[in-house]
Design a protein around this ligand. Sequence first.
Ligand code: PXL
Length: 268
Amino acid sequence: MKLCRVLTIAGSDSGGGAGIQADLKTFTVMRAYGMSVIAAVTAQNTMGVQGVYPLSPEAVGTQLESVFSDIGADAVKTGMLFSAAIITEVATKLRKFNISNLIVDPVMIAKGGSRLLEEEATAALKDELLPLTTVITPNIPEAEVLTGIKISTISDMKKAAKKLVSMGVKAAVVKGGHLPGEPVDVLYDGQQFFEFTGQRYQTKNTHGTGCTFSAALTVGLAQGLDLSAAVEQAKDFVSLAIANGISIGHGHGPTNHLAWLDRAHEVR
Ligand code: PXL
C-alpha cells in the first residue's frame, strides 16, 4: 500500500494518551506517515489537566506553511484548537492549500471539565471550519453545543447529524458513547444514515478515545476507504484500544493503540 501522509492539527497531551500523541501513535500503527502541527500544549496526566498553554496563531500558521508548502497531506484532522484566532489561522491555511480531506474532531472540554476550546471560539468553529469539513466527529455534548439540539435518543442523533450537514460539513458521525446502553454511532453522509453498534467495556482507561477514533478515520480516508468503511474500521480500532486499555497513573488511563498491531499478528 502507498504510504499516505496524514497531518494532525491539535493539542499536545504530556501524558501521551490523547491529542497529538494519540494521533501519531494511531497513524503509525495504521501504517501511515504522521505529521503534527501543535496548536496548544497541555500539562496533563491520567488525573486531569494541570495547565493549558496555547501557541500564538502565527506559530500555528508557520507550522502549517512548512508542512503544506513542502510535503503536503493526503488527509488532515483537527483536534484541540483552543481559540477563535487559532481557528481562523487554520481555516486560512486549509483554504490556501486547497485541503479537501478534512476530518474535524470538535474537541471542547476534557473529561475533568477543563476547557480545550474557549467558549467564544464555537462561532469560529461553525463559521470558518465547518464549511471546509469532509467529516465531523462530535460526541453527544459537542453535537448539542454545535446544533442546539438536545440529544437523548438515536433519532435525536440523526437530527443533529443532518443539521451539521446543513451547516456546511459534507458528512457527520455523531458518537453515541454518552447515551446509556450499547454505544451506537450515527453517520449521515448527506444522503443516507448508517448506524454502527459497538460493545461497551467496563473500564476507566478511556482517556483519548475521541482523538483515537478520529485519527483512525483520517488514516482510512487517506488510504482511500469509502466513508462508511472508514468509520467502521475506526470504530474497530478504538474498540480494540479500549478493550486493551492501559492501567497506568492514578486516574483515567489511556487506550492502547498497540492492540491493533497485536490483532494484525493474530490475523496473519
Ligand atoms: O480527547 C480530547 C482531547 C483532545 N486533545 C487534547 C486533550 C484531550 C483530552 O483530554 O488533552 C490535547
